[in-house]
Design a protein around this ligand. Structure first.
Ligand code: ZN
Length: 337
């Protein structure tokens, strides 16, 4: 009797239930296959127009650099994490909406023009590589309890009210660069990275950015520190501060940023100097005082595309989200895809 009951419980009952669940999951598989076939047929029928079909980007593979994990995440949920990581929530809602459209455009551009930056993933969570992203839990933990709900609602509002909107130039999503503070004037892309001059990434002026903290910074280094920091890139560099013309800016870009600076016996591109010294931007002047050299820096970031403080400043002056975007990206359209 015991053996009989034992056999029933251990083998026969699970077999019955397992069989049932297999049958149900088979049904789902079939439904999914049918759906996939339909999607494939739709895509074949309307060739080009499906390139930017929103459903194609509904879910993306997000690579978490620190944990080395890939997470599948719905696009809008991903954008909540980007907007809240990239822009202070205290900024004007129209600026946050601009950030949401910029982030969505950047994401789609990465997927469409897949540069295979990340194996098996569309995008990562680091601002130095792709775009910054923070999970909702981590974000909420950084806010005081009484403002969590309203702050998060504001982030969701920025993303939801711009649902499906991206920035295009000649009908194609743009490479939507952005930075923290332009120092009053943005930079054209070719002046930072060389290569072709993208027509929508031109230098434009923005008022009100001097009101933000971090607009002006300075960095003072000794001659030896400067030499030490440049040595890995320029092993033969020599600096003799007895010579008055030893450190001298030799060329500016159209936006007024430094293009080239002569340091000792070497002509150094300002973008190189910026990365060697950790200067906030290439918008600087230089003062030599005895053995020390001071860089007075304006703005924060490469200066290309939308300035975040500029977006907030324009929003406070009454600009709407589309005006803000069209201010920073020349000749673009905002399309609902
Ligand atoms: Zn990345």
């Amino acid at each position: 009797m015991y053996i009989l009951v034992f056999t029933l419980v251990i083998f026969i009952l699970p077999a019955i239930f397992t069989k049932k669940s297999i049958t149900v999951s088979n049904l789902f598989d079939k439904k999914e296959n049918q759906d996939n076939t339909q999607i494939a047929q739709t895509q074949e029928n309307s060739d080009n127009s499906t390139k930017y079909e929103y459903t194609r980007f509904a879910t993306l593979k997000l690579y978490h650099q620190d944990s080395n994990q890939i997470e599948e995440i719905p696009l809008e949920q991903y954008l909540y994490g980007v907007v809240s990581a990239e822009m202070p929530v205290s900024y004007h809602i129209e600026a946050l909406k601009a950030q949401a459209i910029v982030a969505r455009t950047y994401t789609l551009y990465q997927i469409i023009n897949s540069s295979n930056k990340h194996e098996n993933a569309d995008i990562c969570d680091k601002s130095t590589c792709c775009q910054a992203w923070i999970s909702k839990d981590d974000r909420l933990a950084k806010w005081s309890e009484d403002e969590r709900q309203s702050n998060w609602s504001k982030i969701e509002q920025a993303v939801n009210e711009t649902y499906g909107k991206i920035i295009t130039y000649n009908g194609e999503p743009i490479d939507a660069f952005f930075h923290a503070n332009s120092g009053g004037k943005t930079e054209s892309a070719s002046n930072v990275w060389g290569g072709e001059n993208l027509p929508y990434l031109q230098s434009v002026e923005t008022s009100g950015e001097d009101g933000y903290s971090g607009y002006s910074t300075e960095l003072t280094v000794s001659k030896d520190e400067l030499k030490e920091k440049l040595k890995s890139t320029y092993p033969d560099i020599e600096i003799n501060l007895q010579n008055e013309e030893e450190i001298k800016i030799t060329e500016y870009t159209e936006s007024g940023r430094v293009r080239t600076i002569k340091i000792g016996n070497t002509n150094v591109p300002a973008t190189k100097l910026r990365s060697c010294l950790g200067l906030r931007s290439t918008f600087f002047n230089v003062v030599v005082n005895g053995e020390s050299i001071t860089f007075n820096v304006t703005g924060y970031g490469h200066g290309v595309g939308m300035s975040q403080t500029g977006a907030d400043s324009l929003a406070k002056q009454g600009y709407g989200v589309e005006d803000i975007i069209k201010h920073f990206y020349t000749g673009v359209e905002i399309e609902l895809i």
